[in-house]
Ligand binder design. Structure first.
Ligand SMILES: [Zn+2]
Length: 319
């Protein structure tokens, strides 16, 4: 199979000394063929999926420990070079690319990466664009940052997860486990433990390690088992008429013990137990007794998942 090469549309600098070569798969060969709108002053040609990124070794070496090693004088002298057979037509695109590569000090073949991913990696490293981390790219950014040892990208992605984990706790937990972010792991785990049976049905749950999955269920089991009727205070000051208006407190407690329930919602329902009582005094008593009880067990009577994150037993640690 003949491989066609094209210049990257986004990262092709005239004074670049590195050619990053992204080997193209067959189906991609004709995509964007011939159009090179890239900047023309790079000194490094990276070749990927038949796409060539011509970039600067100094920039890559500063950002990435991987590229720092790869473009060190000892390493690069042993690296193979991409040789493109010159076209018969001296003015062809291929001949022109071949001439560019001839003057690139480093040729680096980036196997097993998509062209778009390499473009994202370079965009993140170069100070030209500001790449905003979102749920759509955080997975790729972390994978590339981890593989190519780019600390700034790892840190920026971790900051994003730290500020956004409550939006997607399962994704955050998985990424925190994969890339070793203990704090994000611990805080995300509260959200999963709270409703573990529902999260278990999500395909992403299967990507967690066996150990983490077991620990999540174990934590939930221990929380549920810690709730028993006998551990609840008696509501002896409340008249039977008011008490019975709200169904049995037992039923609320029983619900909390079911692994399929949402634990924080169950606790909130118990706090609301007094809300429909006929007598103001009965209502006040019920709220006060249950509020104090919940606060003594869960740290606060203003229950949210954020407050529960710091309650003992409501999270698991990354080991
Ligand atoms: Zn009453």
């Amino acid at each position: 199979m003949t491989i066609a090469y094209k210049r990257s549309n986004t990262h092709y600098y005239d004074d670049g000394d590195v050619a990053l070569i992204c080997p193209s798969n067959y189906d991609d060969r004709d995509r964007n063929n011939g159009d090179n709108g890239g900047n023309g002053d790079g000194d490094v040609a990276l070749v990927c999926l038949s796409t060539i990124f011509k970039v600067h070794s100094t920039v890559l070496r500063l950002a990435s420990a991987y590229f720092n090693t790869r473009f060190s004088p000892t390493w690069s002298s042993e690296s193979r070079r991409l040789l493109i057979e010159k076209d018969k037509n001296e003015d062809s695109e291929l001949t022109s690319i071949a001439m560019d590569l001839k003057y690139c000090k480093h040729h680096a073949f980036i196997d097993n990466e998509e062209e778009d991913d390499i473009a994202l990696l370079i965009a993140f490293i170069y100070p030209i664009e500001h790449i905003v981390i979102t749920w759509d790219n955080v997975n790729d950014i972390l994978r590339l940052a981890d593989k190519y040892l780019i600390n700034k990208a790892l840190q920026t992605a971790a900051d994003f997860l730290m500020s956004s984990y409550s939006e997607k706790p399962l994704t955050s937990l998985r990424l925190a486990e994969t890339y070793n972010f203990p704090k994000i792991f611990k805080q995300s785990s509260t959200h999963i433990i709270d409703n573990v049976c529902a999260y278990k049905e999500h395909p992403e749950f299967g990507y967690l390690s066996d150990r983490t999955r077991r620990k999540l269920f174990q934590a939930r089991l221990e929380l549920s088992e810690g709730v028993t009727k006998s551990s609840f205070p008696t509501l002896s000051y409340i008249c039977s008429s008011c008490y019975n208006r709200n169904a049995d407190l037992d039923a609320f407690v029983q619900k909390l013990r079911e692994p399929t329930s949402i634990f924080s919602v169950g606790l909130q329902n118990i706090l609301k137990f007094g809300d429909n009582m006929t007598h103001t005094e009965c209502m006040r008593q019920a709220r006060s007794i249950l509020g104090k009880f919940i606060a003594s067990h869960y740290g606060t009577a203003c229950l949210t998942l954020a407050t529960l994150e710091s309650v003992e037993g409501f999270s698991i640690e990354l080991d």
